[in-house]
Design a protein around this ligand. Structure first.
Ligand code: CP
Ligand code: NVA
Length: 310
C-alpha cells in the first residue's frame, strides 16, 4: 500500500524516530546517499509562497540523484479546467512522489486519495509534518534525546505548525502548553484537540491550551513560536492580530522563566518584534537556523522512507 505523509501522526512514534535517525545519518554522510533516488522525480505543487520548503526539497532531491519539478498551481489547469483526481492520476504516471503546499486540507487529502504514488504535505491549513519532523531532529541534536520534555508554544494556535507540534508532543508523551488568546479564532480546532487527547491516552502526554504566558514557560525545555500572519491571512487583519497576540510575544522575560538551557525555535519566516523580540531570535538560545537547515536532511529521509529505500 502506498504511504503518504499528510500530518505528522500519519507516522507512528517509532516511524518518526526511524526517519529522524536516518536524517541524522544522511546529514553526516551526504555522499553515501548521492544516488539513493537516482532517476526519480518529485513533483512540487505550490499554491502558497515558500523559501525553505521549496529550496530544501529541490536541493535534497538533487543531492539524492533525483530531480524535482516546481509547479505553481496558478499556472495549472487545476480548479479551472481539471479536478484534483485527474491531476493526481496523471501526475502519478510521470513522477515518483507528489508534494503539495495548498490552502485547503481537503485538496491534499484528495491528492492522496487519487494518487498512485506517495503524497507529502508541504503545508496546508491543518499540518506541516516535514517541519515538525525536522524540528524534533533539531531538538534531539541539541538535547541528545527525545525523552519526555516540556515544549511551550506561544501565539497563533489556530495554526498548521501548532497542530503538528501538538500531535508530535502527544506521540512522544511530552508536556506541551499552547499559550494563545482566549478566542476560538486563535485556538486549536476541536478535531485536533480530540486527536491529541486520543493519542495522549496511550502515551501519557499532557497537551493543554493555556492563557498565562509565565505558567506556560515555566520549566520548559523548548520555547516555540510561529508567525502571526500565516500565508493567506489578509493584510487588513494585521493590526487586529498584532493586538490580540502581543501578550503572547516571546520576550527575554518569557525565556527567563523557562529552564536555563531552554532553546528557542521558530519555523520561519519570522518577524522581529512581532511573535518574538529581536534579542530572543538573535540571542544565544535561538536555534532557528539549525532548525531551518534540518528541513533539507529530514525531507531526504522522508522521501527515502516513503519510497521504501531505507
Ligand atoms: N518553514 C517553512 O516552511 O518555510 P517556507 O514557508 O519558507 O517554506
Ligand atoms: N503558520 C505558517 C507557517 C509557515 C511555515 C504559515 O502557514 O504561513
Amino acid at each position: 500500500m502506498v504511504r503518504h505523509l499528510l500530518k505528522v501522526s500519519d507516522f507512528s512514534k517509532e516511524e518518526c524516530e526511524k526517519v529522524i535517525d536516518k536524517s541524522i545519518e544522511i546529514k553526516k554522510n551526504t555522499e553515501k546517499y548521492s544516488s539513493a533516488l537516482e532517476g526519480e522525480t518529485l513533483l512540487m505543487l505550490f499554491e502558497k509562497p515558500s523559501l525553505r520548503t521549496r529550496i530544501s526539497f529541490e536541493t535534497g532531491m538533487q543531492q539524492l540523484g533525483g530531480h524535482a519539478i516546481f509547479y505553481s498551481i496558478k499556472d495549472s489547469p487545476l480548479g479551472k479546467k481539471e479536478n484534483i483526481s485527474d491531476t493526481a492520476k496523471v501526475a502519478s504516471r510521470f513522477v515518483n512522489i507528489i508534494a503539495a503546499r495548498v490552502f485547503k486540507r481537503q485538496d491534499i487529502w484528495d491528492l492522496a486519495k487519487y494518487a498512485d504514488v506517495p503524497v507529502i504535505n508541504m503545508l496546508d491549513d491543518f499540518a506541516h509534518p516535514c517541519q515538525i519532523l525536522g524540528d524534533f531532529q533539531t531538538i534531539k541534536e541539541k538535547k541528545t534525546h527525545l525523552e519526555k520534555m516540556k515544549l511551550s508554544y506561544f501565539g497563533d494556535a489556530y495554526n498548521n505548525v501548532t497542530y503538528d507540534l501538538m500531535r508530535m508532543c502527544a506521540l512522544f508523551g511530552w508536556r506541551m502548553d499552547v499559550a494563545c488568546p482566549n478566542s476560538p479564532e486563535y485556538s486549536p480546532e476541536q478535531t485536533v484537540l480530540d486527536e491529541v487527547s486520543q493519542i495522549s491516552k496511550e502515551t501519557g502526554a499532557e497537551v493543554k491550551v493555556v492563557h498565562d504566558t509565565i505558567e506556560a514557560a515555566r520549566d520548559s525545555d523548548v520555547i516555540y513560536t510561529d508567525s502571526w500572519m500565516s500565508y493567506g491571512i489578509p493584510q487588513e487583519q494585521e493590526e487586529k492580530r498584532k493586538k490580540a497576540f502581543m501578550h503572547y510575544q516571546v520576550t527575554l522575560s518569557v525565556m527567563e522563566v523557562a529552564k536555563t538551557d531552554a532553546i528557542f525555535m521558530n519555523c520561519l519566516p519570522a518577524m522581529r518584534e512581532y511573535e518574538q523580540t529581536t534579542d530572543v531570535i538573535d540571542g544565544p538560545q535561538s536555534i532557528v537556523f539549525d532548525q531551518a537547515e534540518n528541513r533539507l536532511h529530514i525531507q531526504k529521509a522522508i522521501m527515502l522512507f516513503l519510497r521504501d529505500k531505507f
